[in-house]
Design a protein around this ligand. Structure first.
Ligand SMILES: [Zn+2]
Length: 607
């Protein structure tokens, strides 16, 4: 029997982890993907001899959409075909089990037509790719390269059945026909099911077979961790709620019944309109308002707030394909050992992520190897980001004689709790991509702040500019790193050591001087060096002047005038120095002003 190398991948990934209207959709989507990969790995281990899973690390909780394995078999094609059939069958079984458990199969409206459409949508959903090549044990590196190329080629030529369906499309994926709906609307297929057995907060849309299976998948799995997954509002003020008087909370929930959602902690939702949309009885409205008042009073007494903004972060390793290919290794002969080690430390990182982001900080949607998707409340965002980057493993250390260092980038979207989740997700992804594409050498963060009004402020910076080791610098906020500067600025504004007027004035004075790309410097090109230098210095000088003017520090008791002015001078100098670094490194003036604007959001949002 010969040794075989297998690469197996399933998609469409977007459908599992991007098409989401509710936090629950995201969570179950990534769970389902992970489950399918997990069981396929188990199946492979049952089928073949001497099986070794190279990627991902077997113990990580959320598996990515692909795996790589080494095993012995004399009939590799049969192994691959069997795995493909197996995963297809597993998904079908889950889907039909969900259908049965929701009681739909026993209803009068459950027709042959519906069953047929359901089955069609389910069986045409998964895109499974795999390739197996004979393993050359003397040249792992060559085998690996061949394997990746082979899978790439298969992905390029293989096409999948496109379902030709006419009619109203699913409100989640927009791809397949609606088979389950809450409200009857035009063009919904006649045999679709009118489903009202669950609360509106859980199901108020029009779904296809795949999205319905995803939404209701826990009716099949019955996992505690997938039950009652909080809405964005619930995630944002988890910490506040914990400190509110238990009885007050319970009574409030009792008034509104079991469809209760954390959004009801916002006064703005105690309206007839909201109650009607979510099936709450109008008769309870006044009572609810009274009770919420009592809760807010308790919160105020305890200095607690109910923030409306939260963040979604997407973090992952830079140039992972290159690392995997061994491009950074001094000796490619070491690739197999390197892969094993890399897999292990990424597994350890995934575990660490779950310690960095607990329910106190937010919720991890997935942490599968080098990439992480998570909700983080603003109060904890900066420390979480700092720790994630600090703990990200350096693959360079696994390779002797190499001085390459692995890096990671992060996209962050700060959103209002009512902003559609799909939009928040796509901005987090976009910022992650921009951090890698627009910042030389990657190793960067990109923050987009979506205002409720629709306006977007975005800013991109490297994690660090000043220090030789980003990881060392990120061990604390005190080093001159970008997050440290943001934190310092937010603190100074919150403690009212400085007034935020300098940010507004800087913006007012310089925004009109920028060109259409948000650049100021470009307009100076062509002038002589001296003049250029002078103009560039202008912003710095103005920043220094405005910051000095906005300083509101007060003299301490028994502090001498001299000591006070010295302390003040130092504080101003420190802030100016930090901001100058970012201004100098910023690819545009607008990018820098956006950074200051984001600091303002933190100042207001966290309180
Ligand atoms: Zn759908």
């Amino acid at each position: 029997m010969t040794q075989q190398l297998l690469l197996f991948s399933i998609g469409p990934v977007q459908s599992f982890i991007a098409q989401a209207r509710k936090t629950h959709d995201l969570r179950v989507g990534s769970f389902l993907l992970s489950h399918l990969i997990d069981t396929t790995i188990d199946e492979l281990e049952n089928q073949v001899k001497e099986c070794e899973i190279i990627f991902p690390y077997k113990e990580i909780e959320s598996k990515p959409n692909r795996f790589m394995a080494l095993f012995k078999s004399s009939n590799p094609k049969e192994v691959g075909d069997n795995l493909e059939k197996y995963i297809q069958k597993e998904f079908e079984e889950i889907a039909f089990s969900v259908l049965e458990k929701t009681g739909i199969t026993k209803r009068d409206g459950f027709t042959k037509n519906l069953e047929e459409d359901f089955k069609n949508q389910i069986t045409n959903f998964l895109q499974i790719f795999w390739t197996i090549i004979p393993f050359d044990k003397d040249n792992y590196s060559k085998s690996y390269l061949e394997l990746e190329q082979s899978l790439g080629a298969i992905k390029n030529i293989r096409s999948f059945n496109q379902l030709e369906e006419r009619g109203r499309k699913c409100s989640l994926c927009g791809e397949r026909n609606v088979l389950f709906f809450r409200e009857k609307r035009a063009f919904i297929p006649k045999h679709a099911i009118h489903f009202t057995s669950v609360s509106r907060t859980f199901f108020d849309d029009e779904l296809c077979a795949v999205c319905f299976t995803k939404r209701f998948v826990n009716w099949h799995f019955n996992k505690k961790e997938l039950q009652d997954y909080p809405s964005t509002a619930g995630i944002i003020f988890n910490n506040t709620l914990k400190k509110i008087d238990q009885k007050l909370k319970n009574d409030y929930k009792k008034i509104l019944g079991k469809e209760f959602d954390a959004q009801l902690y916002f006064e703005e939702n105690l309206t007839e309109n909201y109650f009607e949309r979510n099936d709450f009885p109008f008769s309870k409205l006044d009572e609810a308002k009274e009770q919420l008042k009592a809760i807010k009073k308790d919160a105020e007494k305890k200095g607690l707030s109910f923030p409306k903004y939260y963040s979604l972060i997407m973090f992952d390793g830079d140039s992972m394909g290159k690392w995997l290919s061994g491009a950074y290794l001094a000796d490619k002969g070491q690739l197999q050992v390197f892969h094993n080690e890399m897999s292990k430390i990424l597994g350890a990182f995934a575990k660490e992520v779950r310690e960095i982001i607990t329910e106190k900080e937010g919720r991890v949607i997935y942490a599968g190897g080098d990439d992480v998707l998570a909700f983080v409340n603003l109060e904890h965002l900066l420390p979480v980001l700092r720790k994630l980057r600090e703990k990200f493993p350096n693959f360079g250390e696994l390779s002797p004689k190499s001085d390459n260092v692995s890096t990671a980038s992060c996209g962050i979207c700060i959103s209002h709790y009512k902003t559609p989740l799909g939009r928040t997700l796509s901005w987090a992804r976009r910022m992650e991509r921009q951090a890698k594409d627009k910042i030389a050498g990657k190793d960067a963060i990109g923050i987009a702040y979506l205002r409720r009004s629709g306006a977007i402020t975005k800013s991109l910076f490297k994690w660090d500019y000043e220090n030789t080791s980003t990881v060392e610098s990120l061990k604390s906020f005190d080093s001159l790193n970008t997050l440290g500067t943001l934190k310092e600025l937010v603190n100074l504004l919150q403690e009212e050591q400085f007034s935020s007027t300098f940010i507004r004035h800087l913006d007012e004075e310089f925004r009109r001087l920028m060109d259409k790309d948000g650049k100021y410097e470009e307009q100076i090109i062509g002038k002589n060096e001296e003049e250029k230098e002078e103009k560039l210095g202008l912003i710095k000088m103005e920043m220094q002047r405005l910051i000095t003017r906005s300083c509101m520090m007060e003299k301490k008791e028994k502090e001498s005038d001299k000591k006070f002015s010295e302390r003040k001078r130092k504080e101003i100098e420190k802030l100016v120095e930090r901001l100058n670094i970012l201004y100098e490194k910023s690819f545009s003036l607008e990018n820098f002003l956006a950074f200051l604007d984001i600091a303002l959001l933190f100042e207001r949002g966290i309180r």
